[in-house]
Write a protein that binds this ligand. Structure first.
Ligand SMILES: [Zn+2]
Length: 374
């Protein structure tokens, strides 16, 4: 199936780097989740993803398929023209951007709006870190934290949690008193600056607060799940850890979106989407970062069980515009191949496969985030 004609609604991506930050970041750093300089310098160029992508970017930019030629061509084009080229080739009808990644080094949402309609995803842990400095007490902090999302600001269509990175997805019910005790330690450690929030008690408590508000507003909550940079313990990024939270009826009104195909826990994610009405899954990062056969297996792993009304496209693109293009290209190819196979297997009719493609690439996200992009 050729799905190129269907514009994608990218339900999770990040801002591009400011030119000065980009000049300090090796191009190949965008092709690995590792940040160890040795990984970036010596190993990132030896992945199937990187090799495939170099050829595809070179073709898009009309230059030779090597890093030097690509860097020269990118310089020639400049960031605006490069972005225009990549975004146009991605054929996007809109993008939801989590602007909590590298907040000091990225271009603002408004900059991206010259190329594509943008809505905002608010990163909870970063928001908490921004609020702690001004807060006079835990009660004051909590009031500010809650007010920031109740009701959600106009441009915010969802929130995002990186609790998988900080203390893991085994979120537990935590008392107000226990959280207040930890707050004082956290605040003192920060000395008026923006201290990193990594205490499990506080993280769990604040997430529950946010979920309760999200449930009232039917505001989708995206969770980082599965692989990511080595800041996370992959064992605790398995979405099965979320069970106590998913079983708690208090939070049922909050749609929970499991990002990154939960790779390598695709089947676990698909299972959760198949039994909990408010759980959704997403194919971002796994597509385009894996090998072609890996991407195919990741999507098949989700689709084995997950209702296709719960599956959404995203890129998780960050740092450079090329990732938006590569994700959109491979998102369509891999989805098309999976649906063709489903038709061959008699799981779907050809007409049904067309409907599923439309739903996964944009329809499901439009409905979930109440977007009216025409
Ligand atoms: Zn992301």
């Amino acid at each position: 199936m050729d799905l190129m004609a269907i514009p994608v609604l990218d339900q999770h991506a990040h801002n591009l780097l400011k030119p000065d930050a980009a000049s300090q970041t090796p191009f190949r750093a965008a092709f690995t989740e590792g940040y160890d300089p040795d990984i970036i310098a010596h190993h990132a160029p030896h992945t199937l993803f990187y090799r495939r992508s170099l050829r595809e970017i070179a073709e898009l930019l009309s230059c030779d398929p090597n890093e030097q030629a690509i860097l020269a061509r990118r310089n020639e084009l400049g960031l605006e023209q490069l972005t225009n080229l990549c975004f146009a080739a991605a054929n996007m009808e809109g993008v939801l951007i989590d602007d909590g990644l590298l907040p000091d080094e990225i271009l603002p949402l408004a900059w991206h709006r010259q190329f594509v309609p943008v809505q905002r995803l608010l990163r909870l842990e970063v928001m908490a870190e921004e609020l702690v400095g001004e807060a006079e007490s835990f009660d004051d902090f909590l009031a500010r934290f809650r007010a920031a999302i109740d009701p959600p600001p106009a441009e915010v269509v969802g929130v995002k949690s990186i609790i998988a990175y900080r203390s893991g997805l085994d979120v537990r019910l935590t008392s107000f008193e226990a959280a207040r005790e930890k707050f004082d330690v956290w605040k003192v450690a920060g000395q008026g600056r923006r201290p990193r929030l990594e205490d499990k008690t506080l993280l769990d408590f604040l997430l529950m607060q946010a979920l309760e508000i999200a449930a009232r507003h039917q505001l989708p909550v995206q969770f980082h799940t599965g692989f990511g940079d080595p800041d996370l313990d992959l064992r605790l990024a398995n979405p099965l850890h979320l069970r106590p939270l998913l079983e708690n009826r208090r939070y049922r009104g909050a749609p929970i979106v499991l990002l990154h195909a939960s790779y390598p826990f695709m089947r676990e994610a698909g299972y959760l989407a198949s039994v909990y009405p408010n759980v959704y899954v997403d194919m971002g990062l796994a597509v385009p970062m894996l090998s072609v056969s890996g991407m195919r297996r990741a999507l098949q792993g989700l689709l084995e069980l997950a209702p296709f009304s719960k599956l959404m496209y995203s890129s998780d693109a960050h740092l450079i515009p090329e990732l938006y293009y590569l994700a959109a290209k491979w998102g369509r190819i891999i989805l098309g191949a999976a649906l063709e196979e489903a038709v061959r297997d008699t799981d779907l009719t050809a007409t049904e496969a067309d409907e599923v493609a439309e739903a996964v690439l944009r329809g499901n996200a439009r409905t979930l985030y109440h977007l009216s992009i025409s």
